[in-house]
Design a protein around this ligand. Structure first.
Ligand SMILES: Nc1c(O)cccc1[N+](=O)[O-]
Length: 244
């Protein structure tokens, strides 16, 4: 998978060179390109923004540098491959594990990280003809720009690619992989500050352990994210009032 990220703060994306994703980049599983939008300006001040038409507070990112940056990136790619242009924005499709899996199937992701009040809409409209454009949101809160969202989505997608995480099994039992939140986990020591590990996990009865974990996932989901439980699932959550 090729991933290109355009930002006025390219150093914000440095964490992508660390840990598992950094290894995936070094191993060539991910072909990562980080691009400074200001490299596509031509004035002394390297201007990337302008006052908004129609008035209002803040600044809007001008279309010209974006056009030059995205043209340059797209022209450097395989003309037979249609990229997916991801635009982090509060006005976008909520990002979730389903979208992560969808994006993990794409050959080429390009992130356009906006700042200020956002990117001139004509940029989005222009590239809708040449790419699959997906404005997306990490959540209903305000960030200063799209870089944090690009980091999060790159990690969520990158870790799904073959060869990135050591044990693919670990991708199966995770929060949201089966529509439920993951169960609580424990490791040594068996007793810590007077707190014991649930006995079922020490008993070696794998059937009982699986049942306990499923029950804990449903209880945790019902408590924390009841919106993930759909009546059609027919899930009955064990008595919440006496759950451990
Ligand atoms: N929420 C937000 C923002 O305020 C600015 C850029 C991107 C996002 N987001 O992806 O959620």
């Amino acid at each position: 998978m090729r991933i290109d990220i355009v930002s006025i703060f390219p150093e914000y994306l440095a964490p992508l060179r660390l840990s598992l994703l950094g290894k995936a980049v070094r191993d060539g599983v991910i072909d990562l390109g980080v691009h400074d939008l200001r490299a596509f300006t031509h004035d002394r001040h390297r201007t990337v923004d302008g006052t908004p038409y129609g008035g209002g507070a803040g600044m809007v990112m001008r279309p010209e540098p974006w056009g030059e940056a995205l043209d340059s990136i797209m022209e450097s790619g395989d003309s037979g491959v249609r990229p997916t242009l991801l635009v982090p924005t509060p006005a976008g499709r909520p990002f979730d594990q389903r979208l992560a899996h969808e994006l993990a199937e794409r050959p080429w992701l390009i992130f356009a990280c906006g700042r200020y009040e956002g990117i001139d809409q004509r940029v989005i409209d222009e590239y809708a003809e040449r790419a699959e454009v997906i404005p997306f949101s990490l959540g209903d809160y305000v960030l200063n720009g799209g870089e944090v969202a690009a980091l999060a989505v790159t990690e969520a997608v990158g870790r799904l690619l073959p060869g990135v995480v050591g044990n693919p099994e670990s991708l199966v039992e995770e929060s949201h992989s089966d529509g439920l939140l993951e169960y609580p986990v424990y490791t040594k020591p068996p007793l810590w500050r007077g707190r014991e590990v649930p006995a079922v996990l020490l008993g070696g009865d794998h059937g009982a352990i699986t049942r306990w974990r499923t029950e804990q996932s449903m209880i945790r989901t019902a408590r924390t994210r009841p919106d993930l439980l759909h009546p059609s699932q027919g899930l009955t959550v064990p008595g919440l009032e006496d759950a451990e």
